[in-house]
Design a protein around this ligand. Structure first.
Ligand code: AGP
Length: 374
């Protein structure tokens, strides 16, 4: 064991708690604020010769598996907003199963912690054959994806040992937010938004440090949920990805069935599951979707749903109207960066559930850190 666990019992626990530092390393030397012209800007050295081509793309296509796919999904809205380019999402195996169309005018972005995932690598080969520009976002210098893409960005999160990806997820989102800033035009109309995101990025490590203080609260919640068979996680907008990723963490390590649900789809099926027994996490932090999530909470309350609501600090009263529920209050940051904050309590919940249920945290059954076969 070259990398030791230090004061932690498990690698997953260590990796969750080192996110303030891993995020700092991810951003180091890449964000520029102040100077003589007071400009705030982003420098991604690995992309500098390709930015013009990316800006002229007909589409940006994100390709990945598991957590890496979820990270790209979290970043999709800000990339669309700042670049104005359509962004589509592809699970690597599904793109290959369908032999989906990839064009010369596309920029394909391959997201992979290990840089060695077979499905993602095969999709890369397919995109290269189809003449697309291929960008890699990996955590592993010299990995196959880093070597075979035309250009890319390393997330520099440091080695991730636990099979469950935690710190790589938050660093991937940050890299893709920086990618959005780098691709997006520096227009006067977008300046305030860009500045707010850059300021938000600078503040992110300290906000993550703050949200990590929920550790004991998440352990208490895990104790309450220890014997449950299932957990639903409702999210939308920037936090649809958080719902998918939170559920993936719970099922992967705690071996509990869990499903991330797009809250906008609630009435199209999932509402039938709601009763007074099934625990449901609803992510309702402040953003443009907040009032819609308030209405979701009211409808779930009307069906006597057993709710755990994640909201922005100080918003407990606004999310508990018309019913009783457990509340997780998290620090508020710029909307597109909120997924980095919101996933942390769910990582902690998955971790504590696993320990309390007596399962192997770092090596969940049947899973490998890097999936190098189809
Ligand atoms: C994450 O917790 C999982 N272990 C898994 O979904 C993983 O993200 C997926 O296999 C992709 O791996 P990669 O990022 O190394 O390509």
């Amino acid at each position: 064991e070259q990398i030791n666990k230090g004061k932690y019992e498990h690698y997953m626990q260590k990796e969750i708690h080192e996110q303030p530092e891993s995020l700092t390393t991810t951003m180091r030397g890449r964000l520029i604020r102040g100077g003589s012209c007071k400009a705030k800007t982003v420098l991604l050295g690995g992309l500098k010769d390709h930015l013009k081509t990316i800006r002229r793309s007909r589409r940006i296509v994100f390709i990945g598996c598991g957590t890496s796919y979820n990270a790209a999904l979290a970043a999709r809205p800000i990339l669309e907003e700042l670049s104005g380019i359509p962004v589509t999402m592809e699970i690597a195996s599904d793109l290959l199963d369908r032999q989906g169309p990839i064009y010369r005018e596309d920029t394909t972005v391959f997201v992979s912690q290990s840089g060695e995932t077979a499905d993602t690598l095969n999709a890369l080969e397919y995109a290269l054959e189809n003449g697309a520009l291929c960008v890699g976002i990996t955590n592993t210098v010299g990995s196959a994806i880093a070597r075979h893409t035309h250009c890319g960005v390393h997330i520099n999160a440091g080695a991730e040992i636990g099979v469950a990806s935690t710190k790589a997820y938050t660093s991937q989102i940050v890299v893709m937010a920086m990618l959005a800033l780098a691709i997006g035009g520096d227009t006067i109309s977008s300046q305030a938004r860009r500045d707010a995101i850059i300021d938000g990025l600078f503040e992110l490590p300290s906000k993550v440090r703050e949200v990590l203080k929920l550790d004991q609260e998440m352990k208490d919640l895990a104790q309450l949920l220890i014997a449950e068979q299932s957990l639903l996680v409702f999210g939308r907008g920037y936090n649809y990805a958080t719902a998918l990723e939170g559920a993936l963490k719970v099922k992967e390590v705690a071996l509990m069935h869990s499903e991330g649900i797009l809250a906008g789809e609630m009435k199209h099926g999932p509402l039938a599951l709601v009763d007074e027994n099934l625990p449901i996490v609803v992510i309702a932090t402040r953003d443009a979707c907040f009032s819609k999530q308030q209405s979701v909470i009211q409808q779930l309350n009307a069906r006597k749903g057993r709710l755990i609501v994640m909201c922005s600090k100080g918003d407990a009263a606004s999310v508990t109207v018309g019913g009783s529920c457990r509340v997780i209050e998290v620090p508020q940051v710029e909307d597109c960066l909120q997924p980095v904050i919101n996933i942390v309590p769910l990582q902690l919940l998955a971790y504590h559930l696993t320990v309390l249920r007596g399962y192997n945290v770092d090596q969940p059954r049947n899973l490998a850190k890097s999936v190098t076969t189809e």
